[in-house]
Write a protein that binds this ligand. Structure first.
Ligand code: OFO
Length: 170
């Protein structure tokens, strides 16, 4: 496997691993604050990010490279409220989008068209994730502090609907 590609994909393992840890830390904070719906959305998100990390690990190894399982930085323990926390989620997803775009760029420079094609799944995934966090932020701003419990209830039923759609698709 091309060394530059191997190295940038290994960097992404670290970033997907951190995404998973970050959302776990946020989920745990939200659970302790009594926001069950928000916590369940974040726990599910953390699981998805772990699966993204696994996709990178397996791809590197299958292509003859060596995936490195990294140490993962500790995310913050406390968050300054639900709105601020979701703003952090969006900021983090934008950072990940930039990181995926750098992989695309490296693939083009190194003429690795297989990896270029493989990583398109993440390009689309980032589009969807950013859009769904923006939608959540809009509803949060509409709900305001007094109606956070409604947001918490809605995000819980949103999660359950997604779950039953996934089960129906399996
Ligand atoms: Fe934010 O989803 Fe991973 O890449």
């Amino acid at each position: 496997m091309n060394k530059k590609i191997e190295s940038i994909l290994n960097r992404q393992i670290i970033r997907e691993g951190y995404s998973s840890h970050l959302y776990l830390a946020m989920a745990s904070w939200a659970e302790n604050e009594g926001y069950k719906g928000i916590a369940s959305w974040l726990y599910a998100q953390a699981e998805e990010e772990r699966l993204h990390m696994l996709k990178f690990i397996k791809y590197i190894n299958e292509r003859g490279g060596k995936a490195i399982i990294p140490e993962i930085e500790k995310p913050p323990v406390r968050y300054a409220g639900v709105l601020k926390m979701f703003e952090e989620v969006l900021k983090h997803e934008q950072f990940i989008t930039g990181s995926i775009n750098e992989i695309v760029q490296t693939c083009m420079e190194e003429k690795d068209f297989n990896t270029y094609q493989w990583v398109q799944w993440f390009v689309n995934e980032q589009l969807e994730e950013e859009a769904s966090v923006r939608t959540l932020l809009d509803s949060l701003r509409l709900a305001g502090d007094q109606h956070l419990y409604l947001f918490d209830r809605d995000i819980m039923s949103m999660r359950q609907k997604e779950k039953s759609a996934d089960t129906a698709a399996e």
